[in-house]
Design a protein. Structure first.
Length: 258
């Protein structure tokens, strides 16, 4: 496969690079705030994930065939536009996009180089590790702010939140209070794994360290299989998310009931 790969081809919104044999990086660059549109998800992110998996599996099969104990490593980093330090992603382009978790066969790291809101927050949660700027150079927030502008959560969001954080107080703080976390608060509450002083290049460098550390765990070929069992209940719940509900629909239902 030839890199870099820009998708969609007729109007790139993401770029996939392969800087080292065991590392792939997806850069989001949709406008100024990396909004997760239907086009970006369906024609950008999903094909890029498929390309990474296809490439890694070829490496892994070769390592297995040659009994290469050092081969088959792999990790994927997702980062906001590298030329800025303000946004990782400002969320979904509602109401059309609902991302699902991808039980990827290699470790995934969210390199959160700026504000991380709504759907962008969820994109970071479905990654295995989260690395974020500490906000000392420029403010950077994490927030699920749908409660403040009347957008209901899809069932997939609640399933992911419950799978990642068991404390009901933290769930309430994120979902019902729409708390705007500073990076340091997010780290203290367990939303983040690493804080980084600096800008996008520093966040990405730390994410690469994490990729190097845990990428070896892909060698056995079971990373994704273990995750799919670990989050099996989450998948079942997401499969039940069959209807779209908003405040107007809920009020109409209440009106007919009361």
């Amino acid at each position: 496969m030839s890199y870099p790969l820009s998708l969609p081809a007729d109007g790139p919104l993401i770029t996939l690079t392969h800087p080292r044999s065991s590392l792939w990086i997806i850069e989001l660059h949709n406008g100024i705030d990396n909004r997760l549109t239907l086009d970006l998800i369906e024609r950008g992110l999903k094909p890029a994930l498929d390309a990474v998996e296809r490439d890694w599996r070829e490496h892994w099969r070769t390592a297995q065939k040659n009994k290469d104990k050092t081969g088959g490593k792999g990790a994927l980093i997702i980062v906001g536009k590298r030329s800025q330090d303000k946004f990782f992603s400002n969320g979904l382009d509602l109401p059309n996009v609902i991302p699902n978790p991808n039980f990827f066969p290699v470790p995934t790291i969210a390199a959160i180089n700026g504000h991380c809101y709504a759907g962008g927050f969820m994109l970071s949660l479905v990654c295995d590790y989260r690395v974020m700027t500490d906000g000392s150079k420029r403010n950077a927030w994490m927030c699920m702010n749908e409660v403040h502008f009347g957008a209901p959560w899809p069932l997939s969001f609640t399933a992911i939140l419950r799978a990642k954080f068991g404390d009901h107080r933290l769930q309430r703080k994120i979902a019902l209070e729409g708390h705007r976390f500073t990076a340091k608060e997010a780290y203290h509450d367990g939303l983040l794994d690493y804080l980084v002083v600096g800008q996008t290049t520093d966040v990405l460098a730390k994410a690469e360290e994490v990729a190097d550390k845990f990428g070896t765990n892909a060698q056995g070929g079971v990373w994704g299989l273990i995750k799919s069992n670990l989050y099996r209940d989450t998948l079942v719940t997401i499969g039940q998310d069959l209807r779209v509900v908003n405040a107007t629909i809920a009020d109409a239902a209440a009106r007919s009931r009361l």
